[in-house]
Structure formats: structure tokens, C-alpha cells
Design a protein around this ligand. Structure first.
Ligand code: SAM
Length: 304
């Protein structure tokens, strides 16, 4: 039977303060309105749908690092469970533990596990990664996707991850390298190069996509055989691509509007973005059939 631990009750605050940068569509949930929080969940869920091939690729690669499979897996900062469910599918005998500070995320993990018929193997642990972790039996794999950049004390989290692993167990840390791109190369609305300019404007205000190179941090935490691999993502238009692009770009719009006000982005570029985001516009992302998802993610690994 699955277990659900809540170590934040009764006197710990439910959410940590002072997280680092947040990526669009990610992080900073404690300062956000319910609408924005919902859109984070939407992006995370859509990741599972749109990036299913990428997820199969990356979990297949991880399985190659664990020739005997995994009996127990810990997903750090699990969000809505995109990694949790992919890992439970990859390791059909494993108990998978989704660890997150946010109960609304963990409720979604449980819902998805139920739908996937994995409720007996998917466990949730509510707690703050920056505080001493609840005692769990040692795990064979620790997975931290788009979450390590959010903690306050990554050295503490990495040493806790090492302590949570069986000897020889594997840690995998994944980060998104860049804002994904969606528009086709021959996109003609407005001036050519819209996405390049949107990204440049975002880069001015955010180190958001800039994550550390975690290799030296894994070394410093005592992991051995540290290495990394980049996964390129280049997916043709699919059923959920428009919703995915819309969710991402809508998350970025407030920062882009600020950049327009500050003179770092031309108003006509913001107007084209608004046409793409307007579901009633003929240019709407939801109506297009020529979107790609292009981007890359880096995975670091090491052994306890
Ligand atoms: C960007 S989401 C990534 C979710 C998921 N790993 C994925 O790839 O879809 C980051 C998650 O980390 C969680 N998180 C951030 N800081 C945390 C902390 N100190 N302790 C526990 N969870 C944390 C957030 O609540 C959020 O669900």
C-alpha cells in the first residue's frame, strides 16, 4: 500500500522562503496567485504529455545506469508527478516516492498515479528539501528534475540525496537549458526573429534558465563517476503543442510586458505575442498547426 508522509505538520511552515530564481512555468509558487499556480501545474502536466518521447528516452538512459533495475526511487521536487509517473512506468516493480513541499502538487501526483493504475506504488512525502528529510528506507535512484535550482541550500540537498541512496545508487539531476522555442523558422507575423528577441529580453531580467553546472556540486557532495548528458528536444506539431506553447508563453508574458515598458522589447513584438496568445485571433497558438517544441535539457549523474 502506498504511504503518504506529511512532515510539515503541525508547526512547520508549509512552504520555504527565499527560493532562488524561478523559471517561467516553474517555481516561485509561494508568491503566485491561484491562476498562476494553476498554470504552473498545467505546464508541468503538459510536459508529461508533449515530452513523452523525451521522458521515455531519459528514463531509458537512467535504466541503463541501473542494470539491476530499481526497487525504490525518490523524486525530489516532484511537482505534479511528471517524473514520478514516468519512473514508475520505467521501473514496474519500484516503489516511487514523490517529495515536494506543496500539498496541492502532491494531490495531483496521487490523482495521476490513480489514473495510471500505480496508486499502490506511488507514495507522497510532503516536506521541505532544505530541512532534515524524513527517514526512508535507502533508495536505488534519486531523481531531481527542474527542482535543484529552486532549493536554498543545494549542498545540503545533495548530501541528503547521497545519504538517501544505497551504496552504488544513482543520482540524476535534470535542468531545462533554455526557454523552449515553438514557432516555425518561416514564421512571418511581424519582424523575423521574434522568439530570439523574446528570449533576449527575458535573459536581461532573469537568470531563470541559467542553472549552475551541477557537476562540480555533485563531486563536492561526494558522488563518484559524475558525468552529464544533454537531451535535445525537437518535436513536430502534435495535439497538445498549441496548449503547451500557450501555457509557456502566457507564463512569460508579464516579464515581457515589463521589458517592453523598460524599452528592452519593442511594442510590436509584444503585440504579436498577444495575437498568438489570443484564442480568438486567427494567429492564435491554439489554431496553428506549424508549431515545434525545440529545446534541450541537461542531465547530470553520479553514484553514491
Ligand atoms: C519546476 S517544478 C518541477 C516539477 C517536476 N520535477 C517536473 O519536472 O515536472 C519544482 C518543484 O519543486 C518543488 N520545490 C521547490 N523547492 C522545494 C523545497 N525546498 N522542498 C520541496 N520541494 C520544493 C516545488 O514545489 C515544485 O513542485
Amino acid at each position: 500500500m502506498a504511504i503518504h508522509i506529511d512532515q510539515t505538520a503541525p508547526d512547520q511552515p508549509g512552504e520555504p522562503d527565499g527560493h532562488g530564481h524561478g523559471q517561467p512555468g516553474h517555481g516561485h509558487h509561494h508568491h503566485e496567485t491561484p491562476e498562476q499556480a494553476a498554470s504552473i501545474s498545467e505546464v508541468l502536466d503538459l510536459d508529461a504529455e508533449v515530452l513523452a518521447d523525451y521522458l521515455r528516452g531519459v528514463t531509458g538512459w537512467v535504466a541503463g545506469l541501473l542494470p539491476a533495475g530499481a526497487g525504490r526511487v525518490l523524486d525530489l521536487g516532484a511537482g505534479t508527478g511528471t517524473g514520478t509517473v514516468a519512473l514508475a512506468a520505467r521501473f514496474p516493480l519500484a516503489q516511487v516516492y514523490a517529495f515536494d513541499v506543496d500539498e496541492s502538487m502532491l494531490a495531483r501526483v496521487r490523482g495521476r498515479a490513480e489514473v495510471a493504475g500505480m496508486a499502490d506504488r506511488v507514495n507522497t512525502v510532503r516536506g521541505d528539501l532544505d530541512r532534515p528529510w524524513p527517514a526512508l528506507e535507502p533508495v536505488d535512484l534519486v531523481w531531481a528534475s527542474s527542482s535543484l535550482h529552486e532549493v536554498v541550500d543545494s549542498a545540503f540537498v545533495l548530501s541528503s540525496a547521497r545519504a538517501a541512496l544505497v551504496p552504488g545508487g544513482v543520482l540524476v539531476v535534470i535542468e531545462i537549458d533554455d526557454t523552449p522555442r515553438f514557432l516555425p523558422d518561416d514564421f512571418v507575423l511581424g519582424r523575423p526573429g521574434l522568439e530570439v528577441r523574446l528570449r533576449a529580453a527575458l535573459d536581461l531580467v532573469q537568470s531563470r534558465w541559467g542553472h549552475p553546472d551541477w557537476a562540480s556540486h555533485l563531486d563536492a557532495a561526494g558522488f563518484s563517476g559524475v558525468g552529464q548528458r544533454t537531451f535535445e528536444i525537437d518535436l513536430p506539431h502534435g495535439e497538445a503543442t498549441g496548449r503547451y506553447a500557450r501555457a509557456y508563453l502566457a507564463r512569460m508574458r508579464p516579464a515581457l510586458a515589463e521589458q517592453t515598458a523598460a524599452g528592452a522589447l519593442e511594442a510590436d513584438d509584444l503585440a504579436v505575442l498577444d495575437a498568438l496568445l489570443d484564442d480568438d485571433s486567427p494567429e492564435s497558438l491554439l489554431r496553428r498547426d506549424d508549431l515545434h517544441v525545440r529545446g534541450s535539457r541537461t542531465a547530470w549523474f553520479g553514484r553514491a
